[in-house]
Design a protein. Sequence first.
Length: 410
Amino acid sequence: MSTSPDTTAAPASPPTAAGEGGEPQKLPLFALLALATAVFITSLTETLPAGLLPSMSQDLSVSESATGQTVTIYALGTALTAIPLTAATARWRRKRLLLTAMAGFALANTVTAVSSVYGVTMVARFVAGVAAGLAWALLAGYARRMSPVRLQGKAIAIAMAGIPVALSLGVPAGTFIGSQLGWRVAFFAMTGLTVLLLVWISAAVPDYPGQEAGERPKMLRALKVPGVSPVLFVTLVFVLAHTILYAYIATYLDDLGLGGSTDLVLLVFGAASLASIWIVGAQIHRRLRALTVASTLLVAVAAALLAVLSDNTALVYVAAALWGLGWGGVPTLLQTAVADAGGEQADSAQAMLVTLWNVAMAGGGIIGGVLLDAVGSESFPWTVLLLLAPVLVVVLAARAHGFPAKRPTD
């Protein structure tokens, strides 16, 4: 997940075609794809252990449930440090900060790949979460600043495309590599990709200044800005609902007798997510509110199908497609909504968004585990429906601020 702390004035125009006033007139695609790759690598690394638990637990001499906490501690590393680090590094130049964060991420993944001690692995995963969170705190802001206002929604959509690609294609691919060559090779591959990305960023991504002295973000001040709190609430509850089901999708499908089709179900979900990102990128400038309502309803309908008609295999795939169509554009929608609502406090608001996003991810894993033990996997879609009800209410109620009928740039 990402945040957007870039609200200061940009320097001379970045390397894109410019019109009057130096504003770029087209998307800097090569630079945006570098940001998308950063999102892909960090998102994939966060969830990669889920497909490698047996071999990792054997090498680390701990149970699979303990190894599973390597996912939780990554999310906690981001959640606990995104706000203070965003504030502490507010004056750093953006490119320097992004390169530093990704270099730290590569180092942490390397330690994970070579470690045979559980405690060391957990520390490395925590550090990886910290570095990833710091990078995520830049990516959406970078995408917005290097693009003209009318194309900012598309720019963020391109940058965020790495999330569904990582979840739908990256995790299965990483699991395959781990099963064929060993889990350590999968993490070394993450390091290798990150090193290549550092070169790419250095060559293609424009630089921007940080904030001036005295302009450091004030987190509590952002909460007083109309519209910020509703977006943050929607972020927390929507991501929690999604994670409860996604984190245990293999177990859920196995209980339905579809355990051998998990990869295919995730592929359908991922393809629909990519379609969702394209739709959101094309329409967000004019229809942010309508798209957010539609996303909520699509995921709710998918959950309802799984709750009531999961004995029909074809409808499980339909539900996966609807889920992907609803979920794929959510990161772009929420980042754009909180940036619009935050105004001058957008950096602080976005730092809180990434914190709540990762709190929700960690909480989804924990709550899902409790539900699985206490009630069973059939409770997951019903829980999603229960959580999405207040999400829809808040989105509909935040018509003036948060999810307005017209964006401030209209």
